[in-house]
Design a protein around this ligand. Structure first.
Ligand code: NAP
Length: 334
């Protein structure tokens, strides 16, 4: 099938003398990179990595102008592989999408078939993007903890960056699975919301500032760290013998100033989680869970929807740490 469209609109970032500036512009389908599947993007999800791309972080995006958007959901327009047909509802997250491949902030993307996952039955593209990479990552973190045998009876679990996109879904999902969740947040005004998602206690981020003591009282069976840095280092000091922490984020810093003591004195497991480059089937398995037994109604109800004209402001909030909950881009709003 031949694509009927030649031009589309995208929010593209340019490198200028005044820094990196994003704006809507007309792009051409013919200029999209090669790939087996052309997709009309209906919705995209905003992520911290998009904010890095939009602000010129060369570790994420090497060349500009560039269209960010590491998550996209929509309909197949054209497929060079029998695996997908025009009209199929699909999700693409991660791999190189939105990094150096034009991403979901444009109305069209063209990607390798190996990046494309069928949209779960009964899900809309909007709902898929309410979860987005954040939901996928929260699901992967929980899956890792289950794989190493962490059980609700083992004790309370901690979730850091709890008001963020990954943290809020992780909080709700762990609570739903029966865990006693202690949520760590820098936003006192989010405490009631986090409790409504299932957190049994909410503590301030300042309770995890760096301390000279190499170990602290073992208070948690484990949990999910979405921020890294000193917060993760202090968390590890408080994990019970044999406990496990899944870690996925870096907003509090990429350095992890720890000692080997949590690992060799308490046998603590630090489990890294990558949602980007893992096998497509592993992503699909988590999407299926999130669309079924792992559905998080609280997260599904607490998202903000914007058009392309709201992207600049929303992305800045990620960088300042003032974002909370999910932000979904609806291309039809712009
Ligand atoms: N490994 C992967 O595949 C993967 C996938 C998705 C995301 N990530 C990473 O996971 C992290 C969280 O992503 P997200 O989408 O949830 O981002 P987000 O929505 O911006 O949430 C991050 C949260 O971290 C907390 N925070 C912000 N600045 C902080 C600081 N300086 N120190 C401590 N806490 C801080 C805030 O929550 P509180 O105010 O509640 O503390 C904030 O809401 C990011 O680093 C992102 O890059 C990794």
């Amino acid at each position: 099938m031949t694509a009927q469209v030649s031009d589309y609109r995208a929010w593209r970032v340019h490198q200028t003398d005044d820094g990196f500036v994003g704006a809507e512009e007309v792009c051409h389908v013919a200029d999209l990179p090669p790939g087996e599947v052309l997709i009309r993007v209906n919705h995209a999800s905003l992520n911290y990595k998009d904010a890095l791309s939009a602000s010129g972080n060369k570790g994420v995006t090497r060349q500009y102008p560039h269209t960010p958007g590491i998550d996209a959901a929509g309909l197949v327009v054209e497929s060079a592989t029998p695996e997908f047909a025009a009209g199929d509802a699909v999700i693409v997250t991660g791999y190189d999408l939105g990094m150096n491949t034009p991403g979901g902030f444009g109305e069209y993307i063209r990607v390798p078939a190996g990046w494309v996952v069928p949209l779960p039955a009964d899900w809309s593209s909007r709902l898929a993007m309410v979860y987005g990479t954040a939901g996928l990552t929260a699901g992967l973190c929980v899956d890792k903890l289950l794989q190493v045998g962490l059980k609700p009876a083992d004790g309370p679990v901690l979730v850091t960056g709890a008001s963020g996109a990954v943290g809020s879904i992780a909080t709700e999902l762990l609570a739903k699975l029966g865990y006693e969740v202690v949520a760590v947040t820098g936003k006192a005004d989010k405490a009631d919301w986090l409790k409504s998602l299932g957190a049994t206690a909410v503590i301030g981020r300042e309770s995890l500032v760096a301390q000279p003591k190499p170990m602290l009282k073992a208070a948690y069976a484990g949990g999910i760290d979405t921020v890294g840095g000193d917060v993760l280092a202090e968390f590890l000091k408080q994990v019970q013998p044999g406990g496990s922490v899944a870690c996925c984020g870096l907003v509090a810093g990429v350095q992890l100033n720890t000692t080997v003591l949590p690992f060799i004195l308490r046998g603590v497991n630090l489990l890294g989680v990558d949602s980007v480059e893992i096998e497509r089937d592993d992503k699909a398995a988590i999407w299926q869970l999130l669309s079924g037994d792992w559905a998080c109604p609280g997260a599904e109800d607490s998202f903000v929807e914007i058009g392309r004209d709201g992207l600049a402001t929303a992305l800045k909030a990620f960088l300042s740490g003032s974002s909370s909950g999910k932000v979904v881009l609806d291309h039809a709003r712009s």
